[in-house]
Design a binder for this molecule. Structure first.
Ligand code: COA
Length: 158
């Protein structure tokens, strides 16, 4: 395919590309404000990774590392990655870009937690994620799915 996953820098070009994604919101707006107010430098690190096709950002995800101290998803509690805002632009869906981003996240070797949107559950299952069936404190509408590196941990029982 000749495409690769890259870490996205915070700059006006990236923020302009972000506007094409449905899940554009508070996080992106505050990044823009931080840039405009000089709270952050141009080309600062962002939690986003993406795939470019030519000049166009066609897929992206946000990845945050969370501390074991706040973990309620894995047993024993451990550092894990929170993956969210995974989105592939409509024209580019079903060509493997979503799987490429998830594969990149997995390659970092930490358990991953995400929140599946209603219609993408089949995608997460294909990626080897499992729905959380035990009780966790969840936000309204949250539908947590987890993946763990082989042999590292097991899902909580009961
Ligand atoms: N439900 C079930 N399986 C899905 C799926 C879905 N919504 N989307 C993709 N898959 C399957 C593919 O068929 C493919 O299977 P294969 O390996 O057997 O060929 C595998 O998952 C990998 O698919 P990929 O091409 O990497 O998916 P993608 O690049 O389109 O990324 C999303 C998947 C969900 C991130 C992307 O489609 C997206 O951003 N969609 C918009 C938001 C959304 O949730 N849409 C759901 C449909 S309305």
């Amino acid at each position: 395919m000749g495409v690769k996953v890259e870490k996205l820098k915070v700059n006006y070009k990236t923020l302009e590309e972000f506007k094409k994604f449905k899940e554009y919101g508070v996080q992106e707006l505050s990044m823009l404000e931080d840039l405009q107010e000089n709270f952050i430098e141009n080309d600062s690190e962002s939690p986003f990774y993406g795939i470019y096709f030519g000049d166009t950002l066609i897929a992206r995800m946000s990845l945050y590392q969370r501390s074991a101290r706040f973990d309620q998803y894995f047993d024993p509690p451990q550092n894990y990655l929170e993956l969210w805002k995974l989105e592939v632009l409509p024209k580019y869906q079903n060509k493997g870009y979503g799987a490429l981003l998830v594969g990149f996240a997995k390659s970092l070797g930490l358990p991953i937690k995400t929140n599946s949107r209603i219609k993408s559950q089949g995608f997460w299952e294909k990626m080897g994620f499992e729905a959380i069936t035990y009780d966790v404190e969840r936000d309204l509408g949250e539908n947590p799915y987890v993946w763990y590196p082989e042999g590292v941990t097991e899902q909580k029982l009961g």
